[in-house]
Design a protein around this ligand. Structure first.
Ligand code: MG
Length: 426
């Protein structure tokens, strides 16, 4: 196992293509188009960034794409925010460690894919690795299991490793006039994928020989290995590892990633207490209830709305009610508390949040909340502008225990649930 961990490979990500078959876009070539919520190449690099076998990485780009790559690179590790909320500790740590370790160099490509790879190989040659994985930037759907299979084959001594999938369709060779010339037996036929993996010295030498002999149009690196007489070992590819070639492929990738995205659901809680003093009634959830006491406070002392305001602010780390409405500020004297709640809801929405649920528990010996509960829910629904079945109000006594039990005050706890747009606050 120790050896497996220490066996790392250099990585070349080939991203210099113009992607003409995918059509024109203001976002540039297809490796920079947005799928899911960020550029294709970012997804690709993140797979390497989180794999334990990744050594130095060289990205080969077109000289005109410096700015596109720089901005794409900033979106790497974007999943981090989501994994902190939803993922296990291991996943989060591997992302952090991977990104931290990634030793990334950018070089400019040449006139053909083959010459771009040669530029990448020359850049990685001094990096101290014995093996290299050459991967197309526009194949973002490979995974660690595929990388593990490739690495295992290299460890077993293979000089060249090609992930491939058996061809399922019956193949026809065409001739002029749109006619079928013949059926090509598909037995033993495979579709080549990347990353294609090699002993660095051998593939660099093969590439140099090919370039020196004037051949510059090999479409993959396994073909160059074959041409140079290096045996190429097949490993099982992955049906998901398709190459984004046409505009339709980009749409499919976008749908796939959007489906896969983990919703950014956050919950916040809030707690508040106000003292009961001589008076004529209390305001709870914006509803006035006649009573022989009132709640004392700087504002209208609506303990329920104060707790819910804190819960909402908590979902986006926006501090608490005291930060936004300091009790020392005279303008909030006697203020109706819906102002505070509506302010918090606005902050949440400005940061890309959708409020999906609000739940309040009131803890009081008196007055009775039950008869007013429906009106309180309606009040919350109107203030938050969400459906009433997303608003819950509950009440309990404190069994005559403590300050609540002695009728000295009323307490409230609240939970807010908010779904944030992926990356909305990144
Ligand atoms: Mg308060």
């Amino acid at each position: 196992m120790q050896a497996e961990e220490q066996f790392s490979c250099g990585v070349i990500v080939v991203a210099a293509g113009r992607g003409e078959r995918a059509g024109q876009s203001s976002e540039g070539p297809k490796q920079y188009r947005t799928v899911g919520d960020r550029p294709v190449i970012t997804h690709t690099l993140d797979v390497f960034a989180t794999w334990d076998g990744t050594g130095p990485v060289v990205v080969v780009i077109h000289p005109e794409d410096e700015e596109l790559f720089a901005s794409a690179r900033k979106r790497m590790g974007h999943m981090l925010d989501l994994t902190v909320v939803h993922g296990g500790a291991n996943r989060q740590m591997s992302v952090l460690a991977g990104l931290h370790m990634l030793d990334l160099t950018v070089v400019h490509g040449g006139a053909t894919r083959q010459l771009s790879v040669l530029a990448g190989l020359q850049a990685i040659a001094g990096a101290g690795v014995k093996h290299v994985m050459i991967h197309d930037a526009v194949r973002p759907f490979f995974d660690h299991a595929l990388l593990d299979r490739c690495r295992a084959a290299l460890r077993n001594g293979a000089g060249a490793v090609l992930p491939a999938v058996a061809v399922a369709d019956t193949l026809k060779r065409a001739q002029a006039g749109g006619l079928v010339a013949e059926t090509v037996p598909r037995t033993d036929l495979h579709a080549a994928q990347t990353p294609q993996c090699f002993r660095l010295e051998a593939i660099l030498s093969a590439h140099r020989q090919a370039a020196a002999s004037g051949q510059a149009d090999f479409t993959d690196d396994a073909s160059i290995a074959e041409w140079a007489g290096i045996p190429v070992h097949l490993v099982e590819g992955s049906p998901d590892n398709f190459k984004l070639t046409l505009r339709r492929d980009l749409s499919m990738a976008d749908e796939k990633l959007t489906r896969m995205a983990i919703p950014d659901v956050r919950t916040g809680n809030g707690y508040d207490v106000h003292q009961l003093v001589e008076g004529d009634g209390v305001t709870l959830c914006g509803v006035f209830i006649p009573h022989d006491r009132k709640l004392s406070g700087h504002s209208d002392a609506d303990v329920a709305l104060h707790a819910l305001t804190d819960a909402l602010l908590a979902t986006c780390g926006a501090g608490d009610i005291g930060d936004h409405f300091p009790p020392s500020d005279p303008q909030w004297k006697g203020a109706p508390s819906h102002i505070f709640l509506e302010h918090a809801a606005r902050i949440v929405r400005e940061r890309g949040g959708t409020i999906t649920h609000a739940d309040i528990s009131l803890i009081a010996e008196a007055p009775k909340v039950g008869p007013h509960r429906q009106q309180m829910r309606e009040s919350l629904s109107a203030m938050l502008a969400i459906a009433i079945d997303r608003c819950s109000v509950k009440a309990t006594t404190n069994e005559k225990l403590g300050f609540v039990g002695r009728n000295e005050g009323i307490a409230a706890i609240a939970t807010a649930t908010v779904v944030y747009a992926s990356g909305g606050d990144a």
